[in-house]
Design a protein around this ligand. Structure first.
Ligand SMILES: *[C@@H]1O[C@H](CO)[C@@H](O)[C@H](O)[C@H]1NC(C)=O
Ligand SMILES: *[C@@H]1O[C@H](CO)[C@@H](O)[C@H](O)[C@H]1NC(C)=O
Ligand SMILES: *[C@@H]1O[C@H](CO)[C@@H](O)[C@H](O)[C@H]1NC(C)=O
Ligand SMILES: *[C@@H]1O[C@H](CO)[C@@H](O)[C@H](O)[C@H]1NC(C)=O
Length: 578
C-alpha cells in the first residue's frame, strides 16, 4: 500500500497536473492526479484498499504535494479567536504537531490501537491535533460536546469503556467526581496552561514529545470513531465508524457539494456540538483545503459577517437558523473578501431565506442532507439545478430510495422513509454498527435498507423533498435533544408523576423543548410559575442545561395508546397547530 502510494505521488509530481492558484479562484481546477484515484474510490467507482489511514494516506500525501509546490500558499488549518490571536498550520506543520501528539498518546498515555479516548474540548487547536493523533495511533476517538453533565459523562465513559479522556480545566473536576465509577478510565489529559493533580498536562507533554512517529497500519474496516447519537427511546446509542467511512467518504462530497479545492478556505460555523464536527475536516483535508475555525463559542450575525470581510474565507456553511439571522442584516454594507460558495444543512431551509441571501450577496445556498451514521446522502451539488425546497439528489456511492415500513421501494411522489441500500453490499462510507447493541442495529434495517428515521418523497427527476422525522427528537438551535433524556430528568423530581416532551414553535430557535407534566397530588396546589422555574432548574442540573424545557404545561393526563405508550405526536401536532 505504501509503496503503491509513493508510486502515485512520484507519478503526480512528474506529470505535474497539480493546480496553482490563489484565494478566491472561481474556477474549479482538476483534482491533482494522485488524488483522482482517491476520488474515484470515494465515489464508489473503485474498491477501497485493504489498508487505509486518513493521516497517512491523505494528510501526509498533501504534505508532500505542498512541499513540492503543488499547492498554493494556503494554510491547512487557520484558527482565530475573539482577541485577534491566530494559529496557522501548513500540512507539514499539522503533520509535525500531530506526530508529537501521537507520541503523547502512545508513549506517556500508553494507548494502543483500538483503545478508546473521549475528547471533550471547546474549539481549541489541540482538538484537531488530537483527532489526527488518534488516527496515527489507531486510537478510537469519541468526540463529545462540552455541555455534558457529570451524569452524561459517566454514562458515556461507562458505556464506551474509554481508557482515556482529554478535556479542559472546567470539566476536569466533573470527571474527577465520577472517575471512581469508571474503572476503565486510566489516563486523564488536560489541555491547559495550568496544572491539576491527577491530570497530565497535554501542552507540556506536546512540547517535549518527539516529532518522529510512524503511523500505525490500519485496515479500512478497523474502528476510527464512536459517536453518541440521541434517539427517542432509551439512552444515546454508540455508532461506530471505520477508518474508511468518514476518511474516504467525505472526499467526493467535499469536492462536489462543498466545492473544495487546495485554494479553498472553509468555515463551518455549525461545528457547535462536537459530535459531527469532524465532518468538516474530512471533507476539507482530503481535498487539500484549509479548515478555518473561529474560537468563539457563540457566533452571532455581526461576528460572522465581519469575519467574512476580514479573512479570505471562500466557503461558508451555516445552519438555516444562522442564515435567517444573517439576512436580517443589511448585507450590502459588508464586502466579503473571497466568499464564493455557501452551504446549509441540518434542518429544512426556508426558500425565503435562500432568495434573500441570493439577492443580497449574489450567492446561491446549497443544501445537503446526511446523518452521523452516514456521510452525505442527498445534496444540491455545485453546478446542478436547484429546486427550491428540495434537498437535492442522491449522492454517490449511496443508492438512496424512499421505502415503506417493510423496506419496499416506493414510486416517485409517495411519502415514505428515506433509506440507503446496504444489501447485498454495505457502502464503505457507512457506520459499522451500534456498538453492544445488535438489536438496535437490526432495528435500523428493513429488508435491504438502512432506515434513516426521516421521511421524504422523491420526484420523477430524482430530487428529494424532506417531510419530517419519523421520531420525536427535538432540534433546538441545532442541538438535538432526545425527549427521553429530558423526561428521565423530570422524573427524578418528586413533583413529577410522568411527562411527555415534544417540540414547540419558537420565533428565534425555530423550536424549543416543551414538557407536558402530570403532577403528583402533593404538588398540585403549588404556584405553577414557581414550580415551572424549579423544574427547569432541576433539568439544567440533572442533564445538560441546553435541554431544559423552555415551556412547561401541567396537565391531568397524557394521551396514550391502548398499549400504554405515550403519544407524543398528538401533543406535538397540537403545539404546531396541525
Ligand atoms: C486568544 O488566544 C490567545 C492566545 O492563545 C490568548 O492569549 C487570549 O486570551 C485569547 N482570547 C480569548 C478572548 O480567548
Ligand atoms: C472549558 O470548556 C468549556 C466548554 O466549552 C468552556 O465553557 C470553558 O470556559 C472552558 N474552560 C476554560 C478554563 O477554558
Ligand atoms: C458543518 O458541520 C455540521 C456539524 O458539525 C455538519 O453536520 C455539516 O455537514 C457540516 N457542513 C459541511 C458542508 O461540511
Ligand atoms: C430542526 O428545527 C428547525 C427549527 O429550528 C426546524 O425547522 C426543522 O424542521 C428541524 N429539523 C428537522 C430535521 O426536522
Amino acid at each position: 500500500m505504501r509503496l503503491w502510494l509513493r508510486g502515485l505521488v512520484l507519478q503526480a509530481l512528474k506529470s505535474s497536473q497539480a493546480f496553482y492558484g490563489t484565494y478566491g479562484q472561481s474556477t474549479s481546477p482538476p483534482v491533482p492526479k494522485v488524488m483522482a484515484t482517491w476520488e474515484a474510490i470515494s465515489l464508489g467507482k473503485q474498491s477501497v484498499p485493504e489498508y487505509f489511514n486518513f493521516a497517512h494516506d491523505m494528510l501526509d500525501l498533501w504534505s508532500q504535494l505542498e512541499k513540492a509546490g503543488h499547492r498554493p500558499p494556503n494554510p491547512a488549518f487557520w484558527w482565530v479567536n475573539g482577541t485577534g490571536a491566530e494559529v496557522k498550520w501548513t500540512f507539514e506543520e499539522l503533520g509535525k504537531q500531530s506526530r508529537k501528539a501521537a507520541n503523547v498518546l502512545e508513549g506517556v498515555c500508553g494507548l494502543q490501537p483500538g483503545d478508546r479516548m473521549m475528547l471533550v474540548l471547546p474549539r481549541l487547536p489541540e482538538w484537531w491535533l488530537i483527532i489526527v493523533a488518534c488516527m496515527r495511533t489507531g486510537v478510537v476517538m469519541i468526540p463529545g460536546i462540552s455541555q455534558l453533565t457529570e451524569k452524561d459523562l459517566k454514562y458515556r465513559l461507562q458505556a464506551s469503556r474509554a481508557k482515556s479522556i482529554v478535556t479542559n480545566d472546567s470539566l476536569a473536576p466533573h470527571v474527577d467526581a465520577i472517575s471512581a465509577d469508571c474503572p476503565s478510565l486510566q489516563t486523564k489529559l488536560l489541555v491547559s496552561d495550568s496544572k491539576c493533580p491527577g491530570w497530565m498536562n497535554f501542552r507540556e507533554l506536546l512540547q517535549e514529545a518527539s516529532s518522529q512517529h510512524s503511523c500505525v497500519r490500519t485496515k479500512n474496516q478497523d474502528p476510527m470513531a464512536i459517536y453518541f447519537t440521541s434517539g427517542t427511546t432509551g439512552a444515546p446509542k454508540m455508532a461506530e465508524h471505520s477508518q474508511s467511512s468518514y476518511g474516504l467518504g467525505f472526499m467526493a462530497s467535499g469536492r462536489r457539494w462543498v466545492a473544495l479545492t487546495e485554494s479553498s478556505v472553509f468555515w463551518n460555523t455549525t461545528d457547535t456540538g462536537w459530535v459531527k464536527a469532524a465532518w468538516t475536516l474530512f471533507s476539507a483535508w482530503s481535498n487539500g483545503a484549509c479548515v478555518f475555525v473561529h474560537e468563539l463559542p457563540r457566533v452571532d450575525a455581526k461576528t460572522i459577517l465581519n469575519t467574512l470581510c476580514r479573512f479570505p474565507i471562500t466557503t461558508l456553511c451555516c445552519v438555516p437558523t444562522i442564515f435567517r439571522l444573517l439576512v436580517q442584516e443589511d448585507l450590502r454594507r459588508y464586502k466579503f473578501q473571497s466568499l464564493r460558495h455557501c452551504l446549509t444543512g441540518g434542518e429544512a431551509l426556508n426558500p425565503d431565506v435562500r432568495d434573500k441571501w441570493k439577492s443580497q450577496t449574489g450567492l446561491e445556498l446549497y443544501e445537503g442532507y446526511g446523518q452521523s451514521e452516514t456521510v452525505l446522502i442527498c445534496a444540491n451539488i455545485r453546478g446542478s439545478t436547484i429546486k427550491s425546497g428540495s434537498m437535492g439528489k442522491a449522492c454517490p456511492p449511496y443508492d438512496v430510495q424512499i421505502v415503506d415500513d417493510e423496506g419496499n421501494v416506493l414510486p416517485p411522489g409517495e411519502e415514505g422513509n428515506i433509506a440507503v441500500r446496504i444489501r447485498p453490499t454495505r457502502p464503505f462510507c457507512f457506520f459499522n454498527c451500534y456498538l453492544d447493541s445488535p438489536e438496535k442495529t437490526a432495528a435500523s434495517e428493513r429488508g435491504d435498507f438502512y432506515i434513516t428515521g426521516d421521511r421524504a418523497h422523491v420526484d420523477k427527476d430524482g430530487y428529494y423533498w424532506f417531510i419530517g422525522r419519523n421520531d420525536d427528537v427535538i432540534n433546538s438551535s441545532s442541538y438535538r435533544i432526545g425527549p427521553v433524556e429530558v423526561e428521565s430528568a423530570l422524573a427524578e423530581h418528586p413533583a413529577v408523576v410522568e411527562s411527555a416532551v415534544v417540540s414547540s414553535p419558537d420565533p428565534i430557535r425555530g423550536e424549543v423543548v416543551k414538557a407536558f407534566i402530570v403532577l403528583s397530588p402533593a404538588y398540585s396546589s403549588h404556584d405553577p410559575e414557581t414550580l415551572t422555574k424549579e423544574l427547569q432548574e432541576h433539568v439544567k442540573r440533572v442533564t445538560a442545561p441546553y435541554k431544559y424545557p423552555r415551556k412547561v404545561a401541567f396537565v391531568s393526563e397524557l394521551p396514550k395508546t391502548v398499549s400504554g405508550k405515550i403519544q407524543r405526536s398528538i401533543l406535538r401536532n397540537q403545539e404546531w397547530g396541525r
